[in-house]
Design a protein around this ligand. Structure first.
Ligand SMILES: [Zn+2]
Length: 478
């Protein structure tokens, strides 16, 4: 089964073929460490984490790199506000970022987190290559990229020249084009700086400053992957100018086109229809969310929407995700604790063929540009089926049961759910009886009696019962 990826560069789904045999090289734009990571970041990093897990699941040898931007305007500004050294501030937030990534199961899948401050030599070399090839110019302590020299500048964003001209990127007197961007910036007093020498226009120029934002990515990937690699991912908002400028830098410096073969972009996350912003007081740090709702809930929510689409984070979106996640938990709990025999059972054939069928459906959803919402719906249907089977009284062999369990766990591990062993503990006999009684009363329209049982289940057994489109669903609160 082939993997298809939507490539922003071609604007279409393409069959994925790595550059070199079975090895895949993937780079995703990482964090600028000046504040805590929020739910918007979680969406991007979880989405690409699922991409990485799936690529590895297919048997590819994946090298996955994410950069840490530790030298940047926002870091310097925040450090000055707090009267701190910018590198200390970056280090503080970097530690917290890693804690967050670990808590949501992302860090383990990233092979390397290179930092911009560690690649200054490579950055210098790349600026030199751009100067040698006639794409860079010196302007008052800075080095700029002359965008008009690069013919295919808008191939990723598909913008026209008027749209480009509306973007006054990094305003500075004397720039050749309004959208020219800095490769190197002179340091102001109190800013972190490095001394480098560039020969440009036949002169040796000594510069004291720091790299522009776009060059760190292409310097790192050149050092770690070479002039061309397979996948570059990031949030959609990075297409212009960031990824556009990455292409301009790498292709002008090394002449290998396309610099990246598959450009993948993920949709944003809004909070109740608004972009997340500290000023709007709707900024939700990952650590707060995880503390309250758990990491699985966050991963499940992200996977419930296709990675290219936007998530509008509302109470009802969260509610639906919670119900579906608990449905999977409670159904899997029932399957896990179902009696099975050493000999063959009535339902074996059915279970074996539905497990096989489910694995195929899950795979084809994932192979179709990582369609996680479709894959999750297949998982929900599969566990629903197993749940009805468990209550049908049919017999099952240990082998068939194990195959069904393995199929669920294999797919759940791609999404990053059912990670703990919370599903292993069986519900007590008495609880099942009460749930059944309540369902009979509810169907007969005896709602106040049904509600009384629901209350008893919660008070006496700590078990929550909710009615869903799949029937009653229950889970333990603790
Ligand atoms: Zn980047």
């Amino acid at each position: 089964m082939a993997l298809y990826i939507f490539n922003t560069l071609s604007g279409s789904k393409e069959e994925f073929k790595p550059l070199e045999g079975n090895s895949v090289k993937m780079f995703v734009c990482g964090q600028t460490v000046y504040d805590d990571a929020h739910l918007g970041h979680a969406k991007t990093y979880i989405a690409f984490d699922i991409v990485a897990r799936w690529i590895r699941h297919l048997g590819y040898k994946l090298k996955y790199i994410q950069n840490i931007t530790d030298v940047e305007d926002k870091i310097i500004a925040r450090a000055h506000e707090r009267n701190m050294d910018p590198m200390d501030l970056a280090e503080y937030y970097e530690t917290r970022f890693f804690e967050d990534m670990e808590s949501i199961g992302v860090k383990q899948d990233v092979d390397m987190y290179p930092k911009s401050s560690e690649y200054i030599d490579t950055i210098r070399d790349q600026i030199q290559a751009l100067a040698d090839n006639g794409y860079a110019y010196y302007l008052g302590g800075d080095i700029y990229y002359d965008v008009s020299k690069f013919a295919d500048y808008t191939k990723l964003s598909r913008m026209n020249i008027e749209e480009l001209s509306n973007h006054r990127i990094e305003p500075k007197e004397g720039k050749r084009n309004s959208y020219d961007f800095a490769l190197w910036k002179a340091a102001k007093p109190g800013e972190p700086k490095w001394d480098i020498t560039i020969s440009i226009d036949g002169k040796e120029v000594k510069l004291s400053g720091r790299p522009g934002w776009h060059i760190e990515d292409t310097a790192m990937t050149y050092a770690l992957f070479g002039p061309q690699y397979d996948i570059h991912g990031g949030a959609r908002e990075l297409i212009f100018p960031h990824h556009t400028n990455e292409i301009a830098q790498a292709e002008a410096a090394y002449g290998v086109k396309p610099f990246v073969r598959y450009w993948m972009h993920s949709g944003m996350l809004n909070i109740r229809g608004q972009e997340m912003h500290k000023s709007l007081k709707n900024f939700v740090p990952i650590r707060d969310f995880v503390k309250e709702h758990g990491a699985e809930m966050l991963r499940f929510m992200v996977a419930s929407t296709h990675y290219r689409k936007e998530i509008n984070f509302t109470d009802s979106y969260m509610d639906l995700a919670r119900r579906n996640l608990y449905y999977i938990y409670s159904s899997f709990n029932i399957l896990y604790n179902m009696k099975a025999s050493d000999s063959s059972g009535d339902a074996d054939q059915y279970v074996e063929s539905s497990a096989k069928n489910f694995l195929n459906e899950f795979s084809s959803a994932m192979n179709d540009d990582f369609n996680t919402p479709l894959a999750l719906s297949k998982l929900l249907i599969f566990v629903k089926d197993l749940r009805s089977l468990a209550s049908s009284g049919k017999s099952i062999s240990k082998d068939a049961k194990q195959h069904a369990i393995d199929a669920v766990l294999e797919c759940a591990s791609i999404i990053g759910i059912l990670a703990g062993d919370g599903y292993k503990k069986p519900l007590e006999e008495g609880i099942y009886k009460l749930i059944e009684e309540r369902e009979i009363l509810r169907k007969a329209g005896e709602f106040s009696e049904a509600d009384a049982i629901r209350k008893r289940l919660l008070d006496e057994y700590g078990t929550v019962v909710e009615d869903t489109e799949y029937g009653p669903l229950w889970y333990r609160r603790t």
